[in-house]
Write a protein that binds this ligand. Structure first.
Ligand SMILES: Cc1cc2nc3c(=O)[nH]c(=O)nc-3n(C[C@H](O)[C@H](O)[C@H](O)COP(=O)(O)O)c2cc1C
Length: 300
């Protein structure tokens, strides 16, 4: 059975990765599973300097998912390179570093500093709904999305994945813009903007008032967007949004994804990625698929 896929020249033993922000840098998960089994680890977003994130409460449960307004809390790229890369490099898996910034200069700065790190790919997050500046502002405007992709790409020797926001009228416009800006791949979707209200206090549950909605409930939106983008651009796609099982992952691949990432499911089940990998293999076995690449975009 052939399970490896290649995304922008990087080979993954299997299509399954961890979604940024839901797996840290893997340390907390290493006691539950063998990190060597993952196609790749997409780490929590890092910025050029430490970010404290948003005030609490910043997490709320919803039907079929959750809302978060963590606000890209991170220790900054220097601490990340010192503490996390050596840990991750012990494992035979690809390291994808998700980057964040409040200005284009900050994104460029973190990219420049990452050039000294032994990593496989960079994922540019222009889609976080929980930071005031930067973040989603870049991901919802095609001109800005193209510009920031171009600026970051100039300084990155690693292939560049751009992570798209679903909080737009037409995601294919942004996908085309980042393709024009020189992206090597796209990942989608980031969280949908959501809100939960405590009816007794008549106040929003999250201190930030609104947050990013993720988990199984968003899967149909994500599958639809992956398929739209697959038909609009030539770049490889990493699909994510609500993936919990191998069948979910196969759905994304049929829609056009070459790789998939597991996010919120990691919080419910620390071995979710293992279940997804085994589930894809079981599906292949049962349906006579010899090579996982046969599934990519194979929707009839
Ligand atoms: C608590 C939390 C933190 C997240 N942090 C990041 C982040 O730092 N960078 C990023 O690009 N996406 C971040 N995301 C978005 C996820 O990577 C993913 O795109 C989204 O949750 C949809 O996938 P899921 O439904 O499988 O969780 C975060 C999501 C959650 C729930």
């Amino acid at each position: 059975m052939h399970t490896s896929v290649t995304i922008a020249g990087v080979t993954f033993d299997n299509p399954v990765m961890t979604a940024s922000g839901t797996f840290g840098s893997g340390k907390e998960y290493a006691e539950y599973m063998d990190l060597n089994g993952l196609g790749g680890i997409i780490v929590k977003g890092v910025a050029s300097k430490e970010w404290l994130g948003n005030p609490a409460p910043r997490i709320a449960e919803t039907y079929g998912g959750m809302l978060n307004a963590v606000g890209l809390q991170n220790p900054g790229v220097d601490v990340f390179m010192e503490e996390d890369i050596p840990f991750l490099r012990q494992y035979n898996t690809n390291i994808v570093v998700n980057i964040a910034g409040k200005t284009v200069e900050e994104y460029v700065d973190v990219t420049k500093r990452l050039q000294q790190a032994d990593i496989d790919m960079i994922e540019l997050n222009i889609s976080c709904p929980n930071v005031k500046e930067g973040g989603v502002a870049f991901g919802t405007d095609a001109g800005m999305a193209e510009y920031i992709t171009k600026e970051v790409k100039k300084h990155a020797k690693q292939p560049l994945i751009v992570k798209l926001s679903p909080n737009v009228t037409d995601i294919t416009e942004i996908a085309k813009a980042v393709e024009a800006g020189g992206a090597d791949a796209v990942s989608l979707i980031n969280t949908l903007l959501g809100m939960k209200i405590d009816i007794y206090k008549r106040r929003p549950v999250l201190a930030n008032r609104v947050g990013g909605f993720s988990g199984p409930a968003i899967k149909p939106v994500a599958v639809r967007m992956v398929h739209q983008v697959y038909k609009s651009i030539q770049l490889p796609i990493i699909g994510l949004g609500g993936i919990c099982t191998g069948e979910d992952a196969v759905e994304f691949m049929l829609a056009g994804a070459t790789g998939v990432a597991v996010g919120t499911a990691n919080f419910m089940n620390p071995r979710a990625t293992v279940d997804v990998i085994e589930g894809i293999e079981r599906f292949m076995d049962e349906t006579g698929v010899e090579d996982v690449r046969e599934l990519i975009g194979a929707l009839e």
